[in-house]
Design a protein around this ligand. Structure first.
Ligand code: SF4
Length: 318
């Protein structure tokens, strides 16, 4: 995909102060871009900073330092008017379809809220827009006056998607949109997102904690570990030729349906838990769990460098 960048993230840091002397480095010097019309998958275990990264890109958190450029403008330096324009162009789909919909609002009002805030359509036009949105996400007109509790998890996520689409955004952060759903429903939601991307020319940042479903939707995939980006490559390249020890371990954990292939596959077990992002060590964040770690790994942080065309990795051994 050779289009123009819609999003450019440059040396982004998002730190949270914890107590008097501690700092939680949720996102620590992360850089990447997302081209218009592209889906960038962002994966890593919980606590790796991917959700904080997505929210800082949307301006929901102020950046500690670094830049997030949307169409060339730094979203953390926009004046009030431009900020409102940006919030119309960039939306989020949340992880938990049960918690993210107001239980006291009808589906019509949930989807219509953004339309009203941005004053996009009124009266009959507004209702027609809501009916159309229900239809594009696979629901129907009759659902408009119902409440969230009357729907299944998959249907609620479709409502969340319709709400995000209501104000005709260009960019959507899909924040683990399938993690809370049954496996049987996950593929349906991913297929819906792919269809909507083509129909509405959307750009996605697709956040997930495992690599299995991300493969089907992402053009490129970035792997995060403890606030840092450890590897970024075209989707196929990352799955066929992972380089970073952490990416290899994540990929080896994906179940393979064919038992003949599965029996020849070696599972790389990660020792221990993800360490705390509070006051992390100065070296490679993965060092405490890496089978290849040497002295240098605990002292200096490896540079995130391009080792093959469009394939970036942060490891002293590569
Ligand atoms: Fe392992 Fe060292 Fe590479 Fe980090 S830099 S992944 S600790 S070998």
């Amino acid at each position: 995909m050779g289009g123009k960048n819609l999003i450019e993230v440059k040396n982004l840091k998002k730190y949270f102060k914890v107590g008097k002397n501690s700092v939680l480095k949720a996102v620590d010097d992360v850089s990447f871009n997302i081209k218009r019309g592209e889906t960038l998958g962002l994966v890593g275990e919980s606590g790796c900073g991917k959700t904080t990264c997505g929210r800082t890109i949307l301006g929901l958190y102020a950046a500690t330092s670094g830049q997030v450029l949307f169409n060339g403008s730094d979203i953390h330096k926009l004046d009030k008017k431009k900020k409102i324009e940006f919030t119309k162009k960039a939306q989020i789909i949340f992880q938990d379809p049960y918690a993210s919909l107001n239980p006291r609002m009808t589906i019509g009002d949930i989807i219509g809220e953004g339309i009203d805030i941005h004053n996009l359509y009124k009266g009959k036009e507004r209702m027609e827009k809501i009916y159309k949105l229900l239809q594009v996400v696979g629901l129907n007109k009759e659902h408009v006056s119902r409440f969230p509790h009357e729907f299944s998890g998959g249907q609620r996520q479709r409502i969340g998607i319709a709400r995000a689409l209501a104000i005709e955004p260009e960019f959507i952060v899909c924040d683990e949109p399938i993690s809370a759903l049954d496996v049987s429903i996950q593929a349906q939601v991913v297929n819906l997102l792919i269809r909507l991307q083509e129909e509405f020319k959307l750009t996605y940042l697709f956040i997930a904690h495992d690599l299995s479903m991300v493969k089907h939707i992402s053009d490129r995939v970035g792997v995060m570990y403890l606030g840092t980006m450890v590897e970024l490559a075209d989707s196929k390249e990352l799955y066929d030729k992972p380089l970073h020890p952490y990416t290899k371990a994540l990929l080896s954990a994906i179940p393979i349906p064919d038992p003949n292939i599965a029996k020849n596959k070696e599972r790389i077990m990660l020792e221990g838990e993800v360490p705390s992002p509070i006051n992390p060590n100065p070296g490679c964040r993965f060092a405490s769990r890496c089978a290849y770690a040497k002295d240098e790994c605990f002292k200096s942080r490896p540079e995130f460098k391009e080792v093959d065309k469009n394939h970036f990795v942060a490891c002293h051994l590569i």
